[in-house]
Design a protein around this ligand. Structure first.
Ligand SMILES: Nc1nc2c(c(=O)[nH]1)N[C@H]1C(S)=C(S)[C@@H](COP(=O)(O)O)O[C@H]1N2
Ligand SMILES: [Mo]
Length: 497
């Protein structure tokens, strides 16, 4: 490529870089949800066909978002370079800008102020592009000036992009205040201390309570929505006797409870790690609904997050007296972490997250399943999704080699909300043997197990199955996660040296 062509391609790239970063900065300053670059990513996620979504989840796991954003950046910058090389490249630059505007306007949460960031991005991109376009033949001095200018714009763009990350708007301070308020607040219901024998972490299981930093994370949000507690409110409306609007103070004025709950994702494959446990602090959702007065026929609680994601929860489940559904504000002794829904999320023990655990919650509508369809229902997942009784083998690890002598197998089992009654383990297709269970905490949480075997050298296969407290055995029937959760008995192959 001649030097002139390289400079031309660079002009395209720098123009689009300037457009993207100015869009980021303006969005951060005036309307956090309106970044055109992220809106394009959101649009890709929302309109991805099911096979692509599943492929991304199984291939990249929770790294799917950085992978998507990097891929998008590469494609956009390639187009930008092409624009620089084309005679009428400005048309392509404008087209990219219009795509950003369209993505922002198409977002479920769009409002008029959201237009400012993508429009500024388009204008900046076109201005830089047109400003730096020069006739193909240039002398050395003019080219040096041009390159210097381009470099300056590139540096400014990176600075603007970095700056957009620093615009906090008092969000971190708001979280700190909530953490302090929760520490001081009285509880009407305390979660009993976790007994020492509640896990077999020494044998390879997770710790009973998952540290917040290790808690699994699943959502379709490319940017964590930043809502200060002081700016938050929740509308509870629809088929209710009394419509309510609650501020964060209103919520904390209600009785606060602590509940230890195991959450899991419907996408968790047999043996997967999309499962974690925390002690949540919050307000009892059932009593809130009773205060609002649920009207007959309202079989769905339709929850919406600030970024427009939705979930539909069966009303009858939340109204069960012992279910323990929460509007949670705290997690393991601090305010909800940003990526787990600060300031307020829903948690319903025993239901997969996609039908119950809306993060960054702002709206609850009592309605019917016929009237409104939630995000994952539109994408082929089931309407009702109780968590299936499941178990997992954590030790030995698959294909591990363990020393000769006694072998300790260990793992977890769960069956919310009734709890685990028994876990059985068998080796190499032999008879089922009852495993040792950890001290029970409550039916809403997982339970750990161990079983010891004396094994000859060679290859072995261990299998496990759980039985809930009511006597129902975990099904052997293999099923994929879609549409309502994976099933089947887990098995692990390992070698004794
Ligand atoms: N706003 C919002 N809430 C959401 C989701 C989402 O994509 N957006 N995903 C749900 C799913 S599928 C699961 S499994 C849980 C996961 O919660 P966690 O990330 O705190 O573990 O959040 C649920 N709440
Ligand atoms: Mo999920």
């Amino acid at each position: 490529m001649s030097t002139n062509r390289a400079v031309a391609a660079a002009t395209g790239i720098v123009s689009v870089l300037a457009a993207i970063s100015s869009g980021q900065l303006v969005a951060a300053l005036i309307a956090p949800g309106s970044s055109p670059f992220l809106a394009v990513g959101d649009t890709v996620i929302r309109f991805s066909p099911q096979f692509l979504t599943e492929f991304a989840k199984t291939t990249f796991g929770t790294a799917d978002k950085p992978v998507l954003l990097t891929g998008m950046a590469v494609v956009i910058l390639l187009l930008a370079a092409v624009a620089g090389l084309l005679r009428r490249g400005v048309v392509l630059i404008v087209a990219l800008g219009l795509a950003g505007i369209a993505a922002v306007v198409g977002a479920p949460t769009f409002g008029p102020v959201d237009l400012v960031a993508p429009v500024v991005a388009l204008l900046v991109g076109v201005a830089v592009f047109v400003g730096f376009r020069r006739p193909a033949r240039q002398d050395h001095t003019r080219r040096a000036v041009l390159l210097g200018g381009l470099a300056a714009v590139a540096v400014l763009s990176v600075a603007a992009g970095a700056g957009s990350l620093l615009v906090g708007g008092g969000y971190a301070e708001s979280r700190d205040r909530v953490t302090r308020r929760l520490a001081a607040a009285l509880r009407t219901e305390r979660a009993p201390a976790i007994p020492a024998g509640a896990d077999f972490a020494a044998a390879g299981t997770p710790t009973f309570v998952t540290p917040n930093a290790d808690f699994y994370r699943i959502d379709v949000a490319l940017r964590v929505p930043e809502v200060r507690a002081e700016d938050w409110s929740l509308r509870l409306h629809g088929l209710v006797e009394r419509e309510l609007t609650l501020t964060f103070d209103d919520l904390l004025a209600r009785p606060l409870v602590d509940r230890t709950i195991t959450m899991t994702c419907v996408s968790n494959p047999v043996g997967g790690d999309l499962i974690s446990t925390a002690t949540f602090t919050g307000v009892d959702l059932r009593s809130l609904l009773l205060d609002a007065g649920v009207r007959p026929g309202a079989d769905q609680i339709f929850a919406t997050s600030v970024d427009g994601w939705t979930a539909g929860t069966p009303t009858d489940v939340v109204l069960e007296p012992d279910r323990g559904a929460l509007l949670a504000v705290g997690m393991n002794g601090e305010a909800l972490p940003p990526e787990h829904g600060f300031p307020v999320r829903m948690v319903v023990p025993g239901l997969y997250g996609y039908v119950s655990a809306t993060k960054w919650l702002v709206d609850l509508e009592l309605t019917t399943f016929d009237a409104r369809r939630a995000y994952w229902l539109e994408r082929g997942w089931a309407q009702r999704a109780p968590i299936k009784t499941q178990s997992r083998i954590d030790a030995p690890r698959g294909f591990a080699t363990v020393p000769a002598g006694p072998v300790r197998c260990a793992g977890i089992a769960w069956s919310q909300p009734v709890g685990i009654g028994r876990v059985e383990v068998r080796m190499d297709g032999g008879p089922w043997r009852e495993a040792t269970l950890s001290t029970a905490v409550n039916g809403r949480t997982w339970r750990m197990w161990t079983a010891d075997f004396d094994l000859p050298a060679g290859s072995h296969t261990v299998q496990v199955r759980a039985t809930d407290a009511a006597g129902n055995v975990q099904t052997e029937q293999r099923a994929d996660p879609i549409p309502d959760g994976a099933s089947g008995w887990p098995a692990t192959i390992f070698t004794v040296a």
